[in-house]
Design a protein around this ligand. Structure first.
Ligand SMILES: *[C@@H]1O[C@H](CO)[C@@H](O)[C@H](O)[C@H]1NC(C)=O
Length: 396
């Protein structure tokens, strides 16, 4: 418990550094220690941090708020803390997307006392003044939400500058016109071209680049690593939180077995085609797939600039894409120990493959192929996000 408390307070500090103290709902959850059984409030507080990070599904935050109430009860203090989580701002990487992602599931949250609460959004987003005033109001006076998703409540109250995400990962546009701009991306069989079409539709419907992103919104919507300059603190939190989640508190929530991990798609982490095991006998990479991609336009780069990145969102979390493949191979091998739970044979193979890639000294798709093949993942699609194929050679 001591270690858990120390990790939690470190995470809260990092998260606060990014969001500003007043927006962080974690201490209020942590303070519910008089409710439930010993340690439950602290566990819920620790789990809740991950739902504020850019890579999280926004519906997960609402489920977590429900979980707080179902675990700790309906005392006014519990409800207030759970509303605080439902109404908290979720980080997004401004170099990847320019607007927030909001839950489109009309059944969430399921707790009546939590319905009609709408979240804060980043103050840099156009229209945030309206939304942030609504969010503050909704904590004490929730809006009418009968049959409505949080996204629909927000639109009804005058803010629609966001994209939506369903519990299964389906991406859509605000205002319920999701028919042309959505596609399920979480099923085991992702069709790359339809993902790309959906992104295009979403992009034209409601994603407008801001700041330095300029013309690359389309290519960066479903992929790209997080950027160092954008939100170092949030990334540190992301990286630490994943260690934390797999290690201490959230083991019941995290998939214990790699085989259970379905395909996913995320604005930050990109398309993950789902878990596959190594074809090399004896290599167990735990819950991870240690493969590498080589794509143009990652992290706001130009369509003519290709760089390397791990494909698996657990592996690429907190790591920027890189032109130098050795940075990525090194990160992948580190993650095998840090978060994946790989066996010793897999770690040894990773170290050997790292040396192989370093000796090759190439920087193109064949480099990624060589890496994937060396670890027993020959034939892996090194462009799972369906990036434009104009940047097949890396540029400095
Ligand atoms: C949404 O917010 C972004 C980022 O601030 C801005 O560039 C864009 O113009 C906004 N879109 C609408 C429709 O207000």
């Amino acid at each position: 418990m001591y270690t858990q408390a120390v990790i939690l307070s470190a995470l809260v500090a990092i998260t606060e550094a990014r969001f500003g103290q007043e927006q962080v709902p974690i201490p209020a959850i942590q303070a519910l220690s008089n409710f439930g059984s010993s340690g439950q409030a602290a566990t819920l507080a620790g789990q809740s941090i991950s739902f504020l990070l850019a890579a999280a599904n926004p519906c997960g935050k609402l489920q977590q708020a429900d979980l707080i109430v179902s675990t700790l009860g309906t005392d006014a203090q519990v409800i207030a803390a759970a509303r605080g989580l439902a109404g908290a701002e979720q980080n997004f990487n401004p170099f990847v997307v320019s607007v927030p992602s909001i839950c489109s599931d009309p059944t969430l949250p399921t707790t009546a006392a939590l319905r009609g609460v709408v979240p804060l959004v980043d103050p840099s987003v156009t229209g945030s003044d309206v939304e942030n005033a609504n969010a503050a109001t909704s904590l004490t006076t929730p809006f009418t939400a009968d049959g409505l998703s949080v996204a629909e409540v927000m639109v009804a109250q005058g803010f629609s500058n966001f994209t939506t995400k369903a519990l299964d990962g389906t991406v859509g546009a605000a205002s319920g016109s999701s028919a042309s701009a959505s596609v399920a991306v979480s099923s085991a069989s992702i069709v790359a071209s339809s993902v790309s079409q959906a992104v295009e539709a979403t992009s034209s419907a409601s994603v407008v680049a801001c700041g330095g992103v300029a013309s690359t919104t389309f290519v960066t919507m479903t992929r790209s690593a997080s950027s160092t300059s954008a939100s170092v603190a949030a990334e540190a939190a992301a990286s630490t939180a994943s260690v934390f989640a797999s290690g201490t508190v959230a083991s019941s929530a995290a998939a214990a077995s790699g085989a259970a991990r379905a395909a996913s798609s995320d604005a930050v982490a990109g398309v993950f085609p789902g878990f596959v095991a190594s074809t090399i006998s004896g290599l167990d990479f735990g819950q991870c797939v240690p493969t590498m991609k080589f794509e143009a336009g990652l992290d706001g780069r130009a369509d003519t600039e290709s760089t390397f990145q791990a494909i698996d969102p657990i592996v690429n979390k907190g790591q920027e894409e890189a032109l130098n493949p050795n940075i990525i191979t090194n990160r992948i091998c580190d993650q095998l120990t840090n978060v994946c739970g790989a066996n010793a044979a897999a770690k040894t193979a990773c170290t050997a493959a790292k040396a192989q890639i370093s000796a090759l000294a190439t920087k193109d798709a064949t480099t990624a192929d060589a890496w994937n093949t060396a670890l027993g993942f020959a034939g892996t699609n090194t462009n799972p996000d369906n990036a434009p194929q104009t940047g097949l050679v890396g540029h400095d």
